[in-house]
Design a binder for this molecule. Structure first.
Ligand code: HPA
Ligand code: ZN
Length: 324
């Protein structure tokens, strides 16, 4: 089964590129940019990745990305992950990135976009690999700041596929961003949002009704409401579920208690992703292997999950046909 999973051409719909920053690269970039890290060495950083909830992770996630300063840093970050993912059998990634987290630190949008787009272009030319771009907005920051950043990104609208909504979910309901998502729709961008990770199932309904999203990132708490489950099934909404992330952030105690099998039994459109592979114990292969070990799924189940991801990925019609 592990060999099957390694060679299965996998498609990842939920990946924060800043969360792919491995401690080794963090140290290399810190040295290159003359930045002092709060860790003495790589092992100390890894030991610090021990979280009780989403906020504890986010604190280290925002701290870690402080080493990203130049276009070359963003290029190296993305290329490092693309190569690693490709070696694990990944053929497409829809990549979230967090412009506000960089603008806040004085890193211009052009630096972020320049580095990420160069990596995307090079990876798409040199390996059997494609990349979708999801400009994500931080839900724990003001809605008017998000709108301003979206307008500032006008030169890049044609180069991105979607907007997303991430960061601390509790007390930051989707409705706060209704205008932002309306504007993105006017511009012609697709829309996704994190909902029902730590937040209640009502946030999933809000994201569908008010933000008009076509995918829900995480969404595992939908099972707390049979109405929400029914809605997701009726509209065939894709859930980008991240099993190892949910264990690391204590959304579930143990992978064997994860609601993935129940989501499948409910007939929902489930996919598997890694979320923040550098922080949560591995990438797409590790997530697939962990699910095989915890749930005893057959090859047919993994084939179905992969087809679900291919059908929902931000790719051209030709590329989708190639992947299917
Ligand atoms: N949830 C919310 N925000 C995030 C995450 C996540 O899992 N990863 C990076 N930003
Ligand atoms: Zn996420």
């Amino acid at each position: 089964m592990h060999d099957f999973l390694r060679q299965l051409p996998k498609v990842e719909l939920h990946l924060h590129i800043e969360g792919s920053l491995e401690p080794e690269l963090m140290f290399a970039l810190a040295q290159r940019n003359g930045i002092e890290l709060p860790y003495a060495n790589v092992q100390e950083a890894k030991d610090a990745y021990d979280f009780n909830n989403l906020q504890e992770f986010l604190n280290l996630y925002y701290q870690g990305m402080n080493v990203l300063r130049t276009e070359a840093d963003f290029y190296d970050l993305a290329m490092d992950y693309f190569h690693r993912a490709r070696r694990e059998g990944v053929v497409h990634i829809d990549m979230h990135f967090d412009p506000q987290a960089h603008l806040q630190r004085g890193v211009p949008l052009e630096v972020v976009m320049g580095g990420l787009l160069k990596a995307k272009q090079e990876a798409e030319q040199s390996m059997d690999f494609s990349v979708g771009m999801i400009m994500a907005f931080l839900r724990d920051r003001p809605a008017d700041e998000a709108l301003h950043v979206l307008e500032q990104a006008a030169p890049y609208w044609k180069l991105i596929d979607a907007i997303g909504l991430d960061s601390a979910e509790r007390d930051h309901p989707p409705e706060k961003f209704t205008s932002l998502f309306q504007r993105a729709k006017e511009i012609g961008l697709a829309r996704v949002a994190h909902a029902g990770e730590e937040g209640p199932s009502a946030y999933i309904t809000q994201a569908l009704d008010l933000l008009d999203v076509e995918r829900i990132d995480h969404g595992v708490r939908c099972l707390e409401s049979s109405d929400v489950v029914e809605r997701l099934r009726r509209d065939n909404v894709v859930l980008t579920v991240c099993p190892l992330s949910n264990v690391c952030l204590k959304v579930v105690d143990d992978l064997r208690d994860h609601p993935l099998p129940e989501l499948l039994d409910e007939g929902l459109n489930v996919t598997i992703s890694s979320d923040d592979p550098a922080y949560f114990g591995g990438g797409m292969l590790a997530n697939h292997v962990a699910c095989a070990d915890a749930f005893g799924w057959s090859e047919e189940v993994f084939d179905q999950l992969t087809r679900n991801a291919i059908e929902a990925a931000f790719v051209s019609t030709d590329r989708r046909t190639d992947l299917l």
